[in-house]
Design a protein around this ligand. Structure first.
Ligand code: TA6
Length: 294
């Protein structure tokens, strides 16, 4: 049992320290089940009752305090990708490799469960990013998963943030799935040196895809005939959608992914890549909802 367990008293919610030393929160109700780690506030599983997990977790994921977990929903914050001016700083920011605090857990009237985690500045975060902030991550587990990351500027001057809810989806076969919802949207293609291009029709996968679709708040539909389901991914407070599949060579080069790992995952991320300026006392909320149409 973890110390955090004594802080919560909500049916269906428990916290246990795993053998690798990280604290796992399990939320289980009549509508769905979710697992997450206080390390990174990292959700690793979401299964609506009667379904197969909607999220993908690498069988080779590493669970330790200084590494991000491969799969689930890493929180990229306060920047997305490489740090804009200092590549020695952690890729995708520090939130996904920092221990968060479990703040509350409540059973809602509709049968869902709401859990909140918090993070604020520390000596370590200030050495990487010199601003005072409060982050609240609200997770509602029901038939669908609703996640909302709200930052408050608790400092005396404005700051810019970026980031993403970097969701990895569990699919039957990458060569059979397609993503609907981004037709006509412009994207920057990381595989092509960030060249700008425009999406024509649904997205299909036959090679590495690493794209930031810009100026879009649209809902995406991940159509998966192998699992006979479509996952609906909607969002708010997000100016971009990132779509990523590393394909074979990159999978082989990643120690925490199996060689064929790319075949059963695809990332569809709610991004905030254009940068958001937040004045003292102001807030910004980046949110994503994940729902199965089975
Ligand atoms: O969101 C896509 C991306 O930025 C890719 O470029 C790829 O590197 C991926 O994230 C994973 O990044 P990570 O730091 O978790 O290895």
């Amino acid at each position: 049992m973890s110390e955090a367990n004594s802080l919560i008293n909500c049916p269906g919610v428990s916290v246990e320290t795993q053998s690798h030393g990280l604290d796992k929160v399990v939320i289980d109700n009549d509508l769905g089940r979710c697992e997450l780690y206080l390390h990174g506030a990292h959700i690793t599983s979401f299964t609506p009752k009667g379904e197969t997990d909607l999220l993908w977790l690498s069988p080779k994921a590493v669970f330790c305090a200084d590494k991000a977990i491969r799969g689930g929903i890493p929180i990229c914050w306060p920047w997305f990708g490489a740090h804009p001016s200092d590549s020695s700083k952690p890729a995708h920011g520090f939130a996904r490799v920092t221990q968060w605090q479990l703040d509350s857990a409540v059973a809602l009237e509709n049968g869902a469960t709401q859990v909140c985690l918090k993070l604020s500045e520390s000596e370590q975060s200030l050495s990487l990013w010199p601003h005072r902030f409060e982050l609240v991550y609200q997770i509602v587990v029901g038939k669908q998963l609703d996640i909302a990351l709200t930052v408050t500027n608790t400092d005396e001057s404005a700051f810019d943030i970026g980031g993403a809810l970097h969701s990895y989806f569990n699919i039957h076969d990458v060569e059979q799935v397609s993503i609907k919802g981004l037709d006509g949207i412009c994207y920057r293609d990381k595989v092509e040196g960030f060249a700008q291009n425009q999406q024509n029709g649904d997205i299909k996968f036959t090679q590495e895809v690493d794209r930031v679709y810009i100026d879009t708040e649209d809902t995406c539909y991940l159509q998966d005939p192998g699992f006979d389901r479509t996952i609906e991914i909607s969002k708010s407070g997000s100016d971009s959608t990132i779509v990523w599949n590393p394909w074979q060579d990159k999978s082989q080069s990643m120690a925490d992914m199996s060689d064929d790992g790319y075949q059963t995952m695809v990332c569809i991320e709610a991004g905030s890549t254009g940068g958001v300026n937040i004045a003292p006392g102001q807030q910004h909320c980046l949110a994503q909802s994940i729902k199965c149409r089975c």
